[in-house]
Design a protein around this ligand. Structure first.
Ligand SMILES: [Fe+2]
Ligand SMILES: [Fe+2]
Length: 246
C-alpha cells in the first residue's frame, strides 16, 4: 500500500486542446500518464490528483477525461484546480454521489490513507503582476490584485479549516495537506497556508499548478519548519506520480 500524488493532468479527450505547444514534455502527455501511473500505482494504492484535470468547461465536456482517470489504478482522490470549471465547489457533494465508489472529490471533506486524514482545497496565491527593473529585481506589484487575492485566500482558509475540523472530529490526528496553488507566492516565506499547516502539525504539504522551468521554484520545496513541501506538477515530474507514504 502506498500514497502517491500527481498534479495538472490537463486532459482534453473531448475538447481537444493540444498541449505540446507548451513544450516537448507535453507531447502525448496522456500516454505518459497512462504508462507511468500504471507502472507505479497498484490497485491497493491511493493516488491524489492535485487539480487541473480537464480542459472541459462543463461536466459533459469532461466525461472522457474523468473516465480516463477512473481507469487508472488505485483509489483516486481529486482536488480542484483553477482550470476545473466543471466543478462548482458548492456542488461537490453531487459529484461525489454521481462518482461514488469510483472517484472521490476532495472539498469541504477529507480522504483517508491509513491513519492520515487527507485534507485539501484549491488554495490561492497572488502571482503578480510583479514589476521588475532591467536586472530582473522586483520593484513593485499590482496592489489591487493583491487585495483581491487576500479575499480569495480568506475563503479558501475557511474551507480548509472546516475540513481539518471534520477530520479531527472523526478522530484523526495526522494530516497531509493538498493544495492546487503553491502555498506561498514568490515573495513570501510564509502565508496563511503554511501557518495552518503548522497549526495542525501536518506531515507534508503537496501542491502543483507551477508549469515550466521558470515557475518550478516559485514556492517552498523541501523541509520548512519541520514540514515537507512537495511540488507535483505533471510536467515537473515528467508525469511520474510521487510517492508520499509507503
Ligand atoms: Fe495547471
Ligand atoms: Fe493550475
Amino acid at each position: 500500500m502506498a500514497l502517491y500524488a500527481l498534479g495538472d493532468l490537463h486532459l482534453s479527450f473531448q475538447v481537444k486542446k493540444p498541449m505540446d505547444r507548451f513544450g516537448s514534455v507535453w507531447k502525448h502527455h496522456e500516454r505518459k500518464i497512462w504508462k507511468y501511473v500504471n507502472e507505479t500505482v497498484g490497485e491497493e494504492d491511493t493516488l491524489v490528483l492535485t487539480g487541473d484535470h480537464s480542459w472541459g468547461r462543463k461536466l459533459d465536456e469532461c466525461r472522457e477525461d474523468l473516465a480516463f482517470i477512473e481507469e487508472l489504478p488505485g483509489k483516486k482522490i481529486l482536488l480542484r484546480g483553477n482550470h476545473d470549471m466543471f466543478w462548482d465547489a458548492k456542488k461537490t457533494e453531487r459529484l461525489n454521489q454521481e462518482y461514488s465508489g469510483r472517484l472521490f472529490f476532495l472539498q469541504n471533506n477529507f480522504g483517508v490513507y491509513q491513519d492520515y486524514a487527507l485534507v485539501g482545497t484549491k488554495g490561492f496565491t497572488f502571482e503578480g503582476p510583479f514589476y521588475l527593473d532591467r536586472w530582473g529585481n522586483i520593484m513593485g506589484w499590482d496592489e489591487e490584485r493583491e487585495e483581491q487575492a487576500k479575499k480569495l485566500v480568506q475563503r479558501e482558509m475557511e474551507r480548509l479549516r472546516e475540513s481539518f475540523e471534520q477530520a479531527k472530529e472523526a478522530g484523526y490526528r495526522k494530516f497531509i495537506l493538498f493544495l492546487h496553488y503553491p502555498p506561498t507566492n514568490i515573495l513570501e516565506q510564509t502565508s496563511p497556508f503554511t501557518e495552518i499547516a503548522e497549526e495542525y502539525g501536518v506531515r507534508s504539504v503537496v501542491y502543483s499548478h507551477c508549469h515550466g522551468e521558470q515557475r518550478f521554484g516559485d514556492s517552498i520545496q523541501g523541509t520548512f519548519h519541520g514540514i515537507s513541501y512537495f511540488l507535483v506538477s505533471g510536467d515537473y515530474l515528467n508525469f511520474h506520480p510521487l510517492k508520499l507514504l509507503p
